[in-house]
Ligand binder design. Structure first.
Ligand code: PEP
Ligand code: MG
Length: 588
């Protein structure tokens, strides 16, 4: 334990769940699982298989019991993560591969399972998509439990965690986070992990401050040391001084007051001081997220990324399953718009197995992706369009196509939509025949020639995540070129302004749904360019709404004029920051 006069030390990681926590460390030292390996003979194969079956059953029973426990404390949505664990245990391919491994290596089943597990974990670890990469920790968790059961060992338990502690661990497996009594927990700090790890998702939903990605922090602390967790800035302070505690105590009170105020403001209209309405909408990936969008004051769903219905499944969901998902969102949002984006599979969002599994591509982001993939799989595309059309009578449903590169693609997609309408009408199925169909503008060719698209589409939605990566030729997932990914690059601003101007001249609506839309520093500029709506993660809505409510359209237009005349992207950013910090002092 650190002595009272120990020096204060500051560690920087990733801010994963906002808030400030202060307490003693509960250090979870995870024992490395030591696998017993030994040779077996062919006569022993059957006995090993039976041990394996018994361990599978026991593991299933344990996970089911954790699932029930989580359902009771956190609810059905959080409990569903353990369905993925149960699926791993039921995966015949995995079971058979483990038995084959045992039969070819002549090693005990634990050893075989370890080999196969490593192969699976490695495959997930190497995926580009952060969400899928995180699933490696689910698989690791299941394998650890399965092997522990085979060896008759107990997994470490977190249930000893006593009141008021900050949990510090190398990583927290989903079943570990399930066994924590959250009322005992002040904060979470991990060496590994990212913003999408399960423990962090749970921390956020329970409003427990968390900092992850701290490298080797567990090596630097002892049980019962005192830490301060700053989940806003991603900072952990070991042995905080009196001064630091005082400063953070004040900050905690201020932040809490501000957050309460923002949530209240979020229920008021997103109108500038001079009465100009900007529609602020939410981006969602799962139907359940629509409720939170409403709580955060969204004016609708500006982007429903439907590929997540596909990515976590072995098979494409049926038309009926999709219809139910779209209907749920439409009904939750009432008469507010719900823009369902058709499938954007490809790039980093791929199906791992089944009929639509992606083969290798040397440039997946320039390859077989989104509308290109759908126009080549017309039956799959039609099942989605039919599901959207059927859901359209349950709310204010619209749709949009991702990755449109030019007019022929757009016309082809529209023709398939018309065919679906025709089929449904013949079948006597109800749908909104005037459904609005828009285009995402995220490829430079579509942006530059957007004047040629306005007659074939009902609205534009600018996808800056891709538009920036394609315009500046900078991979949005590659850390080494991240410094080049500049939303204020003069070319990006010109391209965004061109699309908005073309939309206005063509009398169609224009929104923006990339990450830039949720950046309060960029928002005044986008409004100055004339955007009608901005769509972002629900959690960002209160901040952005605050910004909209504290500026005028004139000010935004002045900023837009300045930005288009300035060749230096850093100076543009500085001017935007200047506006933001002086006008939004309270927020900043
Ligand atoms: C975008 O490209 O800006 C966008 C919103 O789509 P995604 O991030 O899903 O590619
Ligand atoms: Mg995109």
């Amino acid at each position: 334990m650190a002595s009272a006069d120990s020096e204060e030390q500051v560690f920087n990681g990733i801010a994963a769940s906002p808030g400030i926590a202060h307490g003693q460390v509960f250090l979870l030292r995870q024992k490395e699982l030591t696998i017993r390996k030994y040779k077996i003979s062919e006569d022993e194969f059957r006995a090993e298989e039976m041990r394996f079956e018994a361990a599978l059953m026991e593991t299933r029973r344990q996970i089911q019991s954790i699932r029930d426990q989580v359902k009771g404390t956190l609810g059905e949505d959080e409990a569903r993560i353990f369905d993925a664990h149960l699926l791993v245990l039921e995966d015949r391919a995995l079971i058979e591969e483990s038995i084959r491994e045992m039969e070819t290596s002549f090693e005990n089943i634990e050893a075989a399972l370890w080999e196969v597990g490593q192969r699976y974990i490695q495959a997930f670890d190497q995926m580009n998509d952060e969400y899928l990469r995180e699933r490696a920790s689910d698989i690791r968790d299941v394998f650890r439990r399965l092997i522990s059961n085979l060896m008759g060992q107990q997994m470490e338990k977190l249930s000893d965690l006593v009141d008021g502690h900050v949990l510090v661990a190398r990583d927290i497996a989903p079943s570990d986070s399930a066994s924590v009594d959250s009322s005992n927990l002040q904060g979470i700090v991990t060496d590994a992990g990212s913003k999408t790890s399960h423990a962090v998702i749970v921390a956020r939903s329970l409003r427990i401050p968390a900092v992850v990605g701290l490298g080797d922090f567990t090596e630097k602390v002892n049980h019962e040391d005192v830490v301060l967790v700053d989940g806003y800035e991603g900072r952990v302070i070991l042995n905080p001084s009196e001064d630091t505690l005082f400063k953070y105590g004040k900050l905690k009170i201020e932040r809490k007051g501000l957050e309460d105020k923002m949530i209240k403001l979020a229920q008021k209209a997103s109108t500038t001081k001079d009465g100009h309405k900007i529609q602020l909408m939410a981006n969602i990936e799962k139907p359940e997220e629509a409720k939170r969008a409403l709580e955060m004051g969204a004016d609708g769903i500006g982007l429903f990324r439907t590929e997540y219905l596909f990515m976590n499944a072995h098979m494409a969901p049926s038309e009926e399953q999709q219809f139910q998902a779209y209907k749920t969102v439409a009904e939750t949002m009432g008469d507010m718009p719900v823009i369902i984006r058709t499938l954007d599979l490809g790039g980093d969002k791929i199906m791992q197995s089944g009929e639509f599994a992606h083969g290798h591509e040397s440039n997946p982001f320039l390859g077989y992706r989104a509308i290109r993939f759908c126009l080549d799989h017309v039956d799959l595309f039609k099942s989605q369009l039919r599901a959207i059309l059927r859901a359209s009578i349950f709310g204010n449903v619209r749709l949009m196509y991702p990755m449109i590169s030019g007019q022929p693609e757009l016309q082809q997609a529209n023709q398939i939509l018309e065919d679906c309408k025709h089929e449904l009408a013949e079948e006597g199925v109800k749908f909104n025949s005037d459904i609005k169909a828009g285009s995402m503008i995220e490829i430079p060719s579509a942006a530059i020639a957007s004047d040629l698209l306005v007659n074939d589409t009902d609205f534009f939605s600018i996808g800056t995540n891709d538009l920036i990566q394609y315009t500046i030729a900078v991979d949005r997932l590659n850390d080494r070129v991240a410094h080049l990914y500049e939303p204020t690059h003069p070319a990006i601003l010109r391209v965004i302004e061109t699309v908005i101007r073309n939309a206005k001249e063509g009398n169609i609506g224009v929104g923006l749904c990339g990450e830039v839309a949720g950046d309060p520093v960029m928002v005044p500029l986008l409004i100055g360019f004339g955007v009608d709506s901005l769509s972002m993660s629900a959690g960002l809505l209160p901040n952005v709404k605050y910004v909209v409510q504290h500026m005028t359209l004139d000010e935004a237009e002045e900023l837009a004029k300045m930005a288009l005349a300035e060749p230096d992207s850093t100076k543009i950013l500085e001017s935007l920051l200047d506006f933001y910090t002086t006008r939004m002092a309270e927020l900043y």
